[in-house]
Design a protein around this ligand. Structure first.
Ligand code: ATP
Ligand code: MG
Length: 299
């Protein structure tokens, strides 16, 4: 594998979708069906992803050995955009000990008794690890915004709930991610950008193919009815929270093979930029190792 070549490809793949300054961002700037004119050759895509996965695994070993940085990958998307499959494929080569996935569903009674970052905070990756959030605290600016009755359930003091609430949440999230980045947690955020048409196709497939039935839930269709509200919420979320230290990647999601390549490329590029190294062995350590070897051989 020619490393510099792969890294160059990664940059090429990921950069068009990287938003590090949300000002003026519009969702329509990125086409969900985009594949950068790569041929839809599944075998070639699989081979490229395999190379990426191998490189990712090597980078993760160094991340783990160095034990300084932690990496947080946040995934947000509409239903059927391919979050689960992307996480599974991109992380397939990574040592499970160095990686943890947390899925955020509707909050429990205990969660609701705390501030909304509380449950996420408990799932942050340790140094040396990659943490994946399958949905995240961003739902607090998405589903909770689209369905105001969910906000009512949060029992916030009424004087704190006003028209400024969403701006304040964005501000708090920006500061939270700034805080994380200053503590050595590298934050990368992925919005898998699916078209409404392709979602329909995937829902129909789930309904028509028995082995896919389990993936379907009636609430998915209900949320589809709020499509435009969600798109507005996503757009503003990206405008407000895309920063240099915690960028959003708006990844075209109508072609799964392409989504996976872009996500792998973005993670590889960022990890490679951390200049991860195995810890150096000091001369004293080296002496101790030599002595241990002698002892073993003398047995
Ligand atoms: P997914 O839909 O992510 O593939 P799933 O189908 O296994 O996962 P669901 O039971 O659908 O899981 O749980 C996800 C649901 O939880 C989503 O509809 C999401 O909007 C909701 N959710 C997540 N975080 C929150 C939150 N903070 N407040 C309210 N609802 C939330
Ligand atoms: Mg669901």
């Amino acid at each position: 594998m020619d490393l510099s070549q792969v890294l160059k490809q990664c940059k090429h793949l990921a950069q068009p979708y990287r938003i590090h300054d949300g000002d003026g961002f519009r969702l329509k700037q990125i086409d969900p069906g985009d594949t950068q004119d790569l041929p839809a050759d599944k075998k070639a895509a699989r081979e490229a992803l395999e190379q990426g996965v191998e490189l990712l695994s090597e980078l993760q070993q160094r991340l783990y050995a160095q034990n300084k940085w932690a990496v947080l990958l946040v995934f947000q998307a509409m239903d059927a955009a391919g979050k689960d499959g992307t996480i599974k494929h991109v992380m397939s080569g990574v040592n499970p000990q160095g990686c943890q996935v947390s899925s955020f569903k509707a909050p429990s009674a205990l969660d609701l008794d705390h501030d909304y970052l509380w449950r996420a905070n408990q799932c942050l990756p340790e140094r040396g690890r990659i943490g994946i959030f399958n949905r995240s605290y961003y739902e607090e600016t998405l589903v909770v915004r689209v369905h105001p009755e969910l906000l009512a359930k949060q029992s916030l003091p009424p004087e704190l709930v006003g028209p400024k609430l969403w701006k304040q949440r964005f501000e708090d999230i920006r500061h939270y991610e700034r805080y994380l980045s200053r503590n050595g947690v590298v934050v990368l955020k992925f919005f898998l950008h699916l078209s409404k048409q392709e979602q329909k196709r995937r829902f129909l497939e789930r309904l028509e193919r028995p082995e896919k039935n389990w993936k379907f839930s009636a609430s998915d269709i209900r949320e589809r009815g709020f499509w435009d509200d969600y798109m507005r919420a996503y757009e503003e979320m990206i405008q407000e929270t895309a920063t240099a230290h915690a960028p959003w990647y708006v990844v075209p999601a109508d072609h799964k093979w392409f989504t996976r390549l872009v996500v792998a490329a973005a993670v590889i590029e960022r990890l490679n930029g951390l200049d991860l190294r195995y810890p150096e062995v000091s001369p004293e350590d080296r002496q101790a190792l030599a002595k241990a070897r002698e002892q073993l051989l003398a047995e």
